[in-house]
Every structure is written in structure tokens, then in C-alpha cells.
Design a protein around this ligand. Sequence first.
Ligand SMILES: C[S@@+](CC[C@H](N)C(=O)[O-])C[C@H]1O[C@@H](n2cnc3c(N)ncnc32)[C@H](O)[C@@H]1O
Length: 245
Amino acid sequence: MPATDAATVDYFDRHCHEYGRNRIRGVAKILRPLVEPGARLVDVGAGTGGNLARLSKALGITDITALDASAESLSRVRERLPDARTERVSILEPSQVASLQGRFDIVLMAAVLHHLVGPTRAASREFAREGLRRAASLARPGGLVVILEPVFTPRGPVARGLAPSSALFWIKRAVTTVTSERVPVLGYWNNIGAPVVSFYSHPEVSSMVISAGLQPIFREVRDQSLGWGDALIERGDATYVARAR
Ligand SMILES: C[S@@+](CC[C@H](N)C(=O)[O-])C[C@H]1O[C@@H](n2cnc3c(N)ncnc32)[C@H](O)[C@@H]1O
């Protein structure tokens, strides 16, 4: 069975979203004193290239590469950044990324881990772990790996028992057996249809970072209110900047 989820790739070929602009500003500030002239930057799961455009501009980096499993996303990157190298690869397919290993000074992976889904939550967790390990292997020894990931941490034993991220995963798995479209509930971004996502808590993402052999030099979780859901779940945007060994 291929590790890459065909339905996820199909979804991103049909929906090339533009995501928040502000996430990358803080990252650029942290990286600026650490970046050397001639640095090579790769964005894993680059989407339409917004982060790559903003980060490369902020750091004055011209050697830029976008990787994504979605061909349509990469064509948006080429329109936006004609000088960028683009490669259609799945970070989960070893043969597709082998030639890229150790080639970059900075590796960015933003909002990708929860999209590396398998048939079950346990399989998805393994894919996320493996995906991060492979992304980290693209950095040269001592290079920098930046991970941005939304995290959902249940508050207290009742919420932990309800396992909201697992519940969402299985609801989406069920709904996507009848439609491959989004099914918004109370606003566009609250969606129980495609794509299936497997969100993790902050401790889970931390453990993935460590097991990828990375040494964090900066970590932060910014709270993002879920409104009515705040009593049950702490939602945050996690940022890691880590050194590859
Ligand atoms: C939520 S978007 C994030 C895009 C961009 N990183 C950002 O933060 O704006 C997730 C991206 O991951 C890509 N993706 C999903 N599975 C992938 C895989 N196995 N290998 C590489 N890219 C993948 C999708 O095609 C999509 O462009």
C-alpha cells in the first residue's frame, strides 16, 4: 500500500488555498541571525508557495525549492516564484526524496503533518513521524528545520476521554466515503468532509520532533481561541526551529 494518501493529493489539486500570512514573520526574525550567505531553502508541502515567498524575501535567500505531492499547487508556486525549483514528490516515498537528502541549509514544513494520513489514526501518526524524519533528512548536518503545525490538546480527563482529534479523523473518514468535497459546519474552516486530517497535541508533535533526531533551539505555542470549544480543547499554533544532527 503506498504511504501517500491519493485522496489528500486529489483534494489539494482541486483546492489551492492561501493560508495565513503572519505565521512566517516570527520565524524570519528567529532565523535571520542564523542564516549564512548562499543558504539553500526548501519548503516541504509548499502549497501555493506563500510561505516560501515570504521567508525567502525576508531572509534574502535566492536558492529556493518547493516540494509538494500536488502538481496543481506546484504550478501556482511557479507562477508566483518563477526562479524556484519545484519537484513533485511525496515526503513519504523514500525513493522520491533520496536524491534531496542533506542538500539544504533550511527546511520548512508548515501545516503538513496532519495531512499525512493513513487508514487509521495509529497509521497516520506513524506517517507524520516518518514524514518529519524524512523532511529533517533533507537538511545538511547542523542545518535548520522549521516546523509549523496546528495543535489540539484536550483539557482535562473528560476531554481526553472524548479524544476530539480522533473523533474528527473518524468522522471525516466516514463522510469522505460519500463525498470528496468539503462539508463546512458553521463557517468554511470548520469542515467535517475532505480532506481527512489527523491533528496532534503539542506533546505528540514535540515527541515527533525529538524522534526525528532534531535538537529544538526555539519552540512556542500560540493560543488560538476555538470560541465555544475552549472549555474542552486548547488549540494552538506550534512553531519549532531545530538543528539537524
Ligand atoms: C495545508 S497545506 C500547507 C501549505 C503550505 N505549507 C502552507 O503552510 O501554506 C498542506 C500541503 O501539504 C501537501 N502534502 C500533502 N501530503 C503530502 C505528501 N505526502 N508529500 C508532500 N506534500 C504533501 C499538500 O498537497 C498541501 O499543499
